[in-house]
Write a protein that binds this ligand. Structure first.
Ligand code: AMP
Length: 215
């Protein structure tokens, strides 16, 4: 099963991608996570990606496509995968499609997680991330016991640079201009499925499985 998660930044596609990956026993591949891991490790790729991420812009397609294709060619991807945050442009989607076609392969479903921009701005502006263990919290919906201190490892929790309000607005602008057209792209391919990103997270996996089972 090869699945793409679509949706605006902060729509909840990462949480759902992790649940789906666990359910089907396939890898959860997030290009954002790959960039962040590279940044943490201080690689040239990480430092290059940071310039774009902190500005709320997309990392150029050539860089992004390369790391994604490398990742999906690994052995653990043979039975499938869930892509979270890729593709983000029509060009990325077309390159992925072409590469899969060469292997006689294809994406099975693209799932759009639908949430309004207002909800996203509130969600991301309140998000706090631990600098030590990367656990995420929310100042209203999932606060730490002590403000600014991680419940899990006592590291400092911060607002990520790309979650700052002006960056979130920029990311949403980029999403509407460059990523949202993918909904039409996958609709035309007949593999688009929609789920609401506003419902309770405990029902989220069941909601996705239901739309996938409808075929
Ligand atoms: P995410 O964690 O998926 O929200 O990604 C964080 C940031 O990484 C994005 O705002 C982009 O700057 C960059 N990024 C992640 N995936 C892609 C992609 N497929 N294409 C371009 N940039 C990406």
């Amino acid at each position: 099963m090869k699945i793409i998660m679509l949706g605006a930044p902060g729509a909840g596609k990462g949480t759902r991608a992790a649940m789906i990956a666990e359910h089907y026993g396939i890898p959860h591949i997030s290009t954002g996570d790959i960039f962040r891991a590279n940044l943490k490790a201080g690689t040239a790729l990480g430092l290059e990606a940071k310039k774009y991420m902190d500005a709320g812009e997309l990392v150029p397609d050539d860089l992004t496509v390369k790391i994604l294709l490398d990742r999906v060619s690994q052995d653990d991807c043979k039975e499938g995968y869930v892509l979270d945050g890729f593709p983000r442009t029509i060009n990325q989607a077309e390159v992925l499609e072409e590469e899969l076609e060469k292997l006689n392969d294809k994406i099975d479903f693209a799932i759009d997680v639908d949430v309004s921009d207002e909800v996203i701005e509130e969600r991301m502006g309140g998000r706090r991330v631990c600098v030590k263990c990367s656990a995420t919290f929310h100042i209203v919906h999932a606060p730490t016991k002590v403000e600014g201190v991680c419940d899990k490892c006592e590291g400092e929790t911060i607002l990520r640079a790309d979650d700052a309000p002006e960056t979130v607005r920029q990311r949403l602008k980029v999403y509407h201009e460059q990523t949202r057209p993918l909904i039409e792209f996958y609709k035309n391919h007949g593999i688009l499925r929609m789920v609401s990103g506003s419902g309770s997270i405990t029902d989220a996996l069941a909601a996705v499985i239901e739309v996938l089972n409808q075929g």
